[in-house]
Write a protein that binds this ligand. Structure first.
Ligand SMILES: N[C@@H](CCC(=O)N[C@@H](CS)C(=O)NCC(=O)O)C(=O)O
Length: 279
């Protein structure tokens, strides 16, 4: 693991690393914000998952999360959104909703993706363990959040591993990949045509089958151009209401899909996770 950037921010350190991922079978970058409290002891670890077309750097530069992380004494880990490198398969049509920048946080089982696209195991297992081996983060106090494709990743990974996380949250998540074009394309490519496999990574399906509940916060902008066709927040609201999953799902009037929306509510999301990681 090699440090490639270290920038002081709100009395903490915004770090960027390069490393060889054994799970993804390629070289990767990730970012890690360490708050000032990490100088004197282990701090909770929040993992942020970004959306389509992002790297680890969009969040670092545009989400305005460092101030709240420093205030609450939490570290924030931001992985990339897919495996990277010349040997890594990309969408043959070059579109941005599949392949590079669009790993969908699943373990691909289909050629040519299966060789590298294992973002589920990378985010859940390899990366937190790697970070904790070298930095003062407490893996018994973890939460996960994300945006759009990363919101889907955060909700599904937490719903599948409630013992691993204290809380989950999402901005404009893809709530029902079983019911939207982005999900159909990515899941057919990465997981094959068997919809049973898809259902294992569908927030609405997982909510309906959940036996253990975690605190869940979701913010969605009402002026988000992806809301109707791709994100489908009402399906998550129904799944939570019908199955009795306690979730705070908020429609934020006139906000769009961008990082301006994310930054507007970032303080609340960091405070939400920090509170659950401390209790
Ligand atoms: N590139 C697409 C938009 C993709 C997009 O909105 N990506 C979101 C996540 S789903 C994002 O965070 N983009 C990077 C950024 O805003 O910094 C387009 O031109 O329509």
């Amino acid at each position: 693991m090699q440090l490639v950037a270290s920038i002081k921010s709100f009395a903490g350190q915004q770090l960027r690393f390069e490393h060889r991922s054994t799970v993804l079978n390629c070289d990767m970058h990730f970012s890690l914000y360490l708050p000032p409290q990490a100088e004197t002891g282990a701090v909770p670890l929040l993992t942020w998952l970004s959306g389509l077309t992002c790297t680890d750097e969009n969040f670092v530069q545009k989400a305005c999360a460092q101030r709240a992380a420093a205030e609450h004494g939490v570290a924030i880990l931001a992985p990339d959104t897919s495996p990277r490198g010349e040997s890594v398969a990309d969408d043959p049509d070059g579109s941005w909703d599949m392949g590079l920048g669009a790993g969908f946080y699943v373990n691909a089982t289909q050629a040519p993706w299966a060789e590298h696209y294992r973002m589920y195991d990378y985010v859940l297992e390899e990366l937190p363990a790697l970070v904790a081996a070298q930095h003062p983060v407490d893996l018994s106090r973890q939460s996960i959040f994300g945006h759009s494709m990363g919101g889907h990743g955060a909700l599904t990974i937490a719903l599948k591993n409630p013992q691993r996380y204290r809380s989950m949250s999402a901005f404009a998540p893809i709530c029902a990949p079983l019911e939207c074009p982005w999900g159909h394309k990515a899941f057919a490519g990465y997981l094959g045509e068997d919809r049973q496999r898809w259902a294992e990574h569908d927030s609405c399906t997982l909510v309906r089958g959940a036996t253990q509940h975690l605190p869940m916060l979701v913010d969605q902008g009402s002026a988000d151009s992806f809301l109707q066709e791709q994100l489908k927040t009402p399906l998550l609201e129904s799944a939570c209401a019908e199955s009795g999953y306690p979730a705070m799902i908020r429609m934020q009037e006139a906000y769009d899909h961008s990082y301006f929306f994310i930054a507007s509510f970032m303080d609340e999301h960091v405070a939400f996770h920090a509170g659950h990681c401390k209790s």
